[in-house]
Design a binder for this molecule. Structure first.
Ligand SMILES: [Zn+2]
Length: 113
């Protein structure tokens, strides 16, 4: 089966389209950034808090308040699963259609059965 941009990540980074839309561009801080904390990779709004700091509470899009640890700041070590609620919320605020979001969730469910 051919993988699509809506397929869930096999490991490592969040879904491709979501990664692409959160990369820093031209030295400005992107509105939404991924951050691993408390066992998941969440998304936070840089308008509310920036940057995420070790040991300080961070409110993320799914509504949780998480705490970033030193291990969460190590490049290449974001091995925790993506927070699905954050991914869905991010897709929504970035303007994905309900259909695209539903496809992402369905494929995610299928891959994690
Ligand atoms: Zn989350």
């Amino acid at each position: 089966m051919t993988r699509s941009r809506l397929d869930p990540p096999l490991s490592g980074l969040p879904p491709f389209k979501l990664v692409q839309m959160t990369l820093p561009v031209g030295g400005t801080v992107q509105r939404y950034l991924w951050q691993q904390a408390d066992g998941k990779r969440h998304v936070y709004d840089t308008n509310d808090q920036y940057p995420a700091r070790v040991g300080q509470p961070l409110t993320v899009l799914c509504g949780d308040t998480v705490t970033v640890r030193v291990k969460d700041m190590q490049p290449g070590m974001w091995l925790d699963p993506t927070c699905r609620a954050c991914a869905v919320e991010l897709a929504s605020v970035l303007g994905w259609s309900e259909d695209e979001i539903a496809q992402m969730v369905a494929r995610w469910d299928e891959a994690t059965k």
